[in-house]
Design a protein around this ligand. Structure first.
Ligand code: PXL
Length: 291
């Protein structure tokens, strides 16, 4: 087996031509952070699913032959990171991929991409939601948004959920397997213009929170960018709260860089303008530890 001088990550996401989601965010961000991204595309789409009449090629039946070739080559991954899956059947394939490439220290990140703002993405079935509940048990780190956390726990989506409930949800999700759980787009009830990311680390039983100003525009793909920065930061050796700080600052900056333009928000944040920020150290971190 060769030693990895550059960390290698298998990225299981769709490739959407327009809209800066999934692989078109994951690859530039993690490459900029010094990680080699090896894509395993779950589907190829003309655009992401928030455009009308998108054209989608589901690659479910091709995933296993791709993986078989990697296995023959004895590829040595440092991390596996899954996001948007095109069918429920892809979960079993990802589970087997994790088992096939398992080694001590392998980092498994599952972003259970299913929906946002209380509803699920178009063409996503309930069978995938059920299977996603199984996939998260195999992960070290999961990053659901509030909508996805509710789906994973069979709880109703409540945009006014309080922080105590979020802490309970984090622990319940972690009890299913992942040692680190990060819930994004958590509302700040006393400050309507602030939204937070709240995380739980089972090893230390500590909760972390990073807040940021909310700008009233909804950009698809920010969840993918967020999880990519967290993953890259952890692979670089950052602590969890610093990884969260870096990701929140990157997304906030991306939204601010984009918001001032008269622009079709479905295209996502202007990543190309801000990728270089990933090289900056965190200067004014804002993370808090919750009791
Ligand atoms: O970023 C989430 C996402 C990923 N992949 C596809 C999507 C979306 C959100 O709309 O449509 C194909």
């Amino acid at each position: 087996m060769h030693q990895n001088h550059i960390k290698k990550l298998a990225a299981i996401h769709d490739l959407s031509g327009i809209g800066r989601v999934s692989l078109t965010s994951v690859i530039p961000i993690l490459s900029s952070m010094g990680v080699q991204v090896c894509p395993l595309p779950t589907a190829v789409l003309s655009t992401h699913t928030q455009y009308e009449n998108f054209y989608k090629v589901d690659l479910t039946e091709h995933l296993q032959p791709f993986i078989n070739h990697w296995q023959k080559l004895e590829i040595d991954f440092d991390a596996i990171y899954s996001g948007y899956l095109a069918s429920a059947a892809q979960v079993e394939i990802v589970v087997r991929l994790i088992e096939t490439f398992y080694k001590k220290g392998l980092m498994v990140v599952v972003d259970p991409v299913m929906g946002d703002n209380g509803s699920t993405y178009e063409s996503l079935g309930d069978d995938l939601v059920q299977e996603m509940k199984r996939l998260i048990t195999k992960a070290d780190i999961i990053t659901p948004n509030l909508t996805e956390a509710a789906l994973l726990l069979d709880e109703p989506y409540d945009p006014n959920v309080d922080i105590q409930t979020i802490k309970e949800w984090l622990v319940r999700l972690s009890d299913k397997g992942p040692s680190t759980v990060i819930i994004t787009s958590v509302p700040e009830l006393l400050h309507k213009k602030i939204t937070s990311v709240v995380a739980y680390e089972a090893l230390t039983q500590r909760f972390w929170k990073v807040s940021c100003h909310y700008l009233p525009a909804n950009y698809p793909g920010t969840g993918d960018s967020f999880t990519s920065v967290v993953t890259g930061a952890l692979l670089q050796g950052d602590s969890l709260p610093i990884a969260l700080d870096r990701a929140v600052q990157f997304i906030s900056y991306g939204v601010r860089a984009t918001f001032g333009h008269n622009y079709d928000t479905r295209e996502g944040i202007m990543l190309e303008r801000i990728l270089k920020n990933l090289d900056n150290p965190v200067t004014m971190g804002t993370y808090e530890m919750l009791d």
